[in-house]
Design a protein around this ligand. Structure first.
Ligand code: NAD
Length: 479
């Protein structure tokens, strides 16, 4: 599908960042370009001793870093955003090669990450005076936790690294960050670019496999784990963190419903609903993963979504005309192909897609499915790929019940002309974020995170920032 027009030379210009120094390792990770299914780069992988040295460096740097003011730390974060913006083009190209997403979306990811970073460092975390009377003065203060371990997934490696990284650094913590073994490269380049922005040891970045993540969660000198990834791994992280009572933020998977009410014009919303379902080939935690449409607009909505699917160009993300790239890795591709096969066997109707293109590359077309049993795996589980079921309802109470009938609770949306009615229904979704007439809208100032099994804690906003700090009461009896 994708034409090879790239050099076959293996890229190896990557390093770990430990204590302000770039390091190599005797271990390596091969990184595949998913548009071709071939190794295009190799980077060093950390062993246990790299991790121990990174944690030691982070601990040693903590004292001086926490003593800086919020304003001083904010200034360095803003400088780091400037550096990343200045290198946006080269970072975006590398991100497309390792992750697969179209270049414009890779560039947008870097823009989003830096904009959110700049936004977060504008949030103040003041000491709160709880009581001040004749007898006592009681304050609630927030102090940094110490060393934060950050573990990230492969679907949006940069924005999902910058969020926790900046939250941790701005609040006075130091960091050891591990990207996914599928997409370590751009994160390592970010570390290299920021090497001299932050003092040595404040930000350490080590690539490695799942075992390295497990070592981080059990490490006695890491105070908190910020984990973004699947529900299954999130549960392992929570169990492992319990042994040392580490704080955790878990940003996990979703099975987001979109409820489309009877008063909308399907043609007017189809583009937005399609994009929110299929961007990054559906590999987005908060993508729309189930569509519930009112029977009166159902057929028209299906027709409009099929029209969007037919306009979509699939290909190598480096080609400017590409709308959707490949699935990011073979494991996920095989999972989605199996789900397509299984869904076919249930007798569901495929409005688009269903065929598996010949390789090379992990490409699958946007696939829309109707007439599907609610108990089928495509409806019940997180597909994390470009296949979405469209289901019909006649009674909105029934749609809300079906939308909530899941162990996931990341986000969801309601689409309505009457926005007040839409908001009332949205408030009944059992999720961390319920949108009306939009989906996937996030900001530095708005908390994001999952209800139910979709996570623990919130990212962004003062709520998210405070989760990188220990609340401490200072209670003074006045003489
Ligand atoms: P994953 O859970 O397989 O891996 C995530 C990270 O955890 C990787 O860095 C991996 O090496 C590491 N890891 C694996 N086993 C570990 C262990 N035992 N201990 C510690 N770390 C371990 O997830 P993935 O496949 O990379 O990412 C896709 C999933 O992430 C999807 O479910 C998606 O919905 C979810 N996600 C959630 C959010 C959110 O904000 N809620 C954002 C993006 C992705």
């Amino acid at each position: 599908m994708a034409q090879r027009a790239e050099s076959m030379t293996l890229r190896t210009d990557f390093s770990l960042l430990i204590d302000g120094k770039l390091e190599q390792s005797e271990l390596a990770l091969d990184v595949i370009n998913p548009a071709f299914g071939e190794v295009f780069a190799r980077c060093p992988a950390a062993n246990r001793s790299h991790l121990d040295r990174a944690v030691k460096a982070a601990r040693a740097a903590f004292g001086a870093w926490r003593n800086k003011s919020f304003a001083e730390r904010a200034a360095l974060v803003k400088k780091s955003s400037e550096v990343l913006r200045a290198h946006q083009a080269e970072l975006a190209e590398l991100l497309t090669r390792e992750q697969g997403k179209p270049l414009s979306q890779a560039a947008a990811e870097i823009d989003r990450g830096t904009a959110q970073s700049d936004g977060m460092v504008g949030i103040e975390i003041p000491t709160e005076v709880l009581v001040d009377d004749k007898q006592s003065h009681i304050e609630l203060r927030y102090r940094p936790l110490g060393v934060i371990g950050i573990i990230t997934p492969w679907n949006a490696p940069i924005s999902l690294a910058l969020g926790p990284l900046v939250s941790a650094l701005y609040t006075g913590n130091t960091v050891v960050l591990k990207p996914s073994p599928y997409t370590p490269l751009t994160t390592l380049k970010v570390a290299e670019l920021l090497k001299d922005v932050f003092p040595p040891g404040v930000m350490n970045v080590i690539a490695g496999g799942d075992q390295l993540g497990a070592w981080m969660t059990e490490h006695a000198d890491i105070d908190k784990i910020s984990f973004t990834g699947s529900v299954a791994t999130g549960k392992k992280v929570l169990v492992s963190a319990a042994a040392t009572m580490k704080r955790v933020t878990l940003e996990l998977g979703g099975n987001d419903p979109a409820i489309i009410l009877d008063d909308v014009d399907p043609k007017a919303i189809a583009k937005k609903v399609f994009f929110a379902s299929f961007v990054n080939s559906g590999q987005v935690c908060m993508a729309i993963k189930r569509i519930y449409a009112h029977e009166s607009i159902y057929d028209e909505l299906c027709t409009a979504l099929v029209a969007e699917a037919k306009k979509t160009k699939i290909g190598n993300g480096l080609e400017p005309s590409t709308d959707l790239g490949p699935l990011q890795n073979k494991m996920q591709y095989d999972k989605v192909v199996a789900l397509i096969d299984e869904t076919k066997k249930t007798g569901a109707k495929f409005l688009t897609g269903g065929e598996i293109p010949q390789g090379p590359g992990y490409f699958l077309p946007p696939t829309l499915v109707t007439d599907i049993d609610e108990s089928s795996r495509l409806v019940q589980e997180e597909q994390f790929g470009p296949i979405v079921p469209i289901m019909k309802f006649s009674d909105v109470e029934d749609a809300i019940r079906r939308a909530n009938d899941t162990r996931y609770g990341l986000s969801g949306s309601v689409w309505a002309k009457d926005t007040q009615r839409g908001a009332e229904i949205a408030a009944r979704l059992e999720v961390g974020t319920a949108w009306v007439n939009q989906h996937r809208a996030t900001s530095a100032f708005v908390p994001f995170g999952g209800a139910k099994e979709s996570g623990l804690g919130r990212a962004y906003s003062s709520l998210g920032l405070k989760s990188y700090m220990e609340p401490e009461v200072v209670s003074v009896a006045k003489q």
